[in-house]
Design a protein around this ligand. Structure first.
Ligand SMILES: [Zn+2]
Length: 197
């Protein structure tokens, strides 16, 4: 396993993502659980990408934010290591931002769209799928799906298998797999929409 530059490690990223995705406050509330592939057979790829490489996934991705393109859930390394000004100014911290961005982007893979629900009012928790990296609209930062987002839609996806990648120049396709060994289940569900933020 190689890394390039000061980018952390695939182990750290994969382990953090596994812990975030399976946190009891996250998508498991909606019935989704997450396993890491041991054989490369994945429902989605979770990628930590150098910011300048974001648009290589789709022209609709931005070097500023994270993105989901088909089965690729791509976390922007600049955001992973720095959050956003809006988020930090609203009282968040980097650990919570990392949780939010993983849960938000994976939420796209589960079929949720940006701003499907909006801030319910000043001081309320922001919906997970609100584009909190860009705007809080008076809401408090929130890294978990709200109860009203925890419908039954995700239950068809059990379990959701993911693979972890780091994508930096010269490191394309480098991967590391984590977690327990379980049979891979491929659901084939794919909304094929690109989503920013
Ligand atoms: Zn989004």
């Amino acid at each position: 396993m190689a890394t390039k530059g000061n980018v952390g490690s695939a182990d750290e990223f994969g382990n953090a993502a596994f812990r975030i995705l399976n946190d009891e406050h996250g998508w498991p509330r909606a019935g989704a659980i997450f396993d890491q592939s041991t054989d490369g057979n994945c429902d989605f790829n979770l990628v930590l990408s150098q910011a300048s490489e974001m648009t290589s996934f789709s022209p609709s991705c931005s070097v500023e934010y994270s993105c989901r393109v088909d089965n690729n859930v791509i976390v922007n390394d600049d955001r992973w290591n720095g959050g956003t000004q809006q988020w930090l100014a609203a009282g968040g911290n980097l650990a919570r931002y990392r949780t939010m961005v993983i849960n938000h982007e994976v939420g796209h893979r589960l079929g949720h769209i940006d701003n499907e629900t909006t801030c319910a009012g000043e001081g309320q928790l922001a919906p997970l799928m609100q584009e909190q990296s860009m705007h809080l609209d008076g809401c408090k930062v929130n890294e978990y799906p709200l109860t009203r987002s925890c419908g039954s839609a995700e239950r068809r996806l059990l379990p959701v298998i993911f693979c972890c990648f780091l994508l930096f120049p010269g490191l394309t396709g480098s991967s590391r797999q984590f977690g327990e060994t379980r049979p891979a289940v491929v659901t084939g569900r794919n909304t094929r929409r690109n989503r920013l933020g």
